[in-house]
Write a protein that binds this ligand. Sequence first.
Ligand code: FAD
Length: 378
Amino acid sequence: MDFVLTKEEELFRKSVREFAEREIGPLEDQIEREDRIPDELIPKIAKAGLFGLPAEKKYGGGGGRYVDLAMAVEEIARVSGAVAFFVAVNYLPIIAIELNGTEEQKARFLPDLCTGKKIGSFSFTEPSTGTDPTEIQSTARLEGDHYVCNGRKEFCTNAEYDGTIVLFLRTGEEHTPDISAFIAEKNIAGYSTPPPWPLLGLRGMRVTNIALKDMHIPAENLLGGKNKGYPVLLNTIAVGKVDVSGAMLGIAQRALDESLKYVKGKTMRGKPISHFQMVQFLIAEIASEVEAARWLFYRSMNLVDHGMQTLQSQAMCKLFCAEMADRVCQKAIQLHGDYGYTKEFKAERLYRDAKFGGVVEGSNEVQRVIIARDILKG
Ligand SMILES: Cc1cc2nc3c(=O)[nH]c(=O)nc-3n(C[C@H](O)[C@H](O)[C@H](O)COP(=O)(O)OP(=O)(O)OC[C@H]3O[C@@H](n4cnc5c(N)ncnc54)[C@H](O)[C@@H]3O)c2cc1C
């Protein structure tokens, strides 16, 4: 199996790494302190071409190669998990429209999402469900040439930014999978967001609920057909799990980088603590875990690029990357000793950020259900 990055891919990775270190690195602590992404960073991300990676070039995108997208999310998350999710959540409406949109919808919505002129969101979760589409209760009712939408969505990333959102709403009977996907503009009449949720980690990531009160969406913005929202959700999330897997890998790599710096710099009885065998063992375990996750992740992205991914392969990748990052960041704190428990060192933040991977886009338990169901059905 050939699993080596091409020269072009290596160059792309290097350019994203340099961008992240140069432009995001100096803002890392500010983002954490102020709990928001500075506005001046947005045009820089756009200029670097990072907003539209999953879209075709004719819409202003990066060409839709998932290995590129994977490298971008990993490298940004190595510097800031919050910025990685800010960018990666933008990919979800792009992927949903690319995979399910009409030519007219693609031409109308993708260019602005690719250039960062509009910031994307993707909203499925509601108070009664984050996993089960049959429990979606917010509704869209056709009146003339518009759908009139009412209800409440929960936990939507980037929802307060102006831009484009893919919304999942009930268009059929209650407690059935008859939901539909819609492409809508945010912050129009009938759409409002309360202040963001205070989060355990990933400070800077803006996650809000959305109140829908007689919000009008043009009927031509229906995505994938009436009552066909569940397949749209599934095919988007199947590849969209790249966001979470890649970000978890980047966070874990940073935990390794920070641990190496610490154990080589911290001395005891005149020697760096890296001389202790138990410290060496922990470093070896962290490095091996990160390497294993990287292989699974890039293989998984390679499968997407070859149209061979399955829900199961993505679920395995996401489950492993999420649990790996949790374990690795915990060990990084251990290696830092008391200092790891303080905000003086990055290990503390990375540990909080890593916790996110296990709950979002289907919890670790739900990934296990998907994997087991597929394996056992044969
Ligand atoms: C910071 C943040 C950002 C988010 N951004 C978005 C966003 O942009 N768009 C969006 O739509 N959503 C978003 N979410 C929501 C997120 O995707 C959901 O929270 C997630 O899918 C889990 O859903 P839930 O919280 O409703 O959990 P539930 O489905 O209520 O699950 C609760 C618990 O029950 C367990 N459980 C549920 N079903 C099963 C099962 N079948 N078998 C075994 N155990 C099960 C779960 O593992 C979990 O432990 C975000 C969440 C957070 C915290």
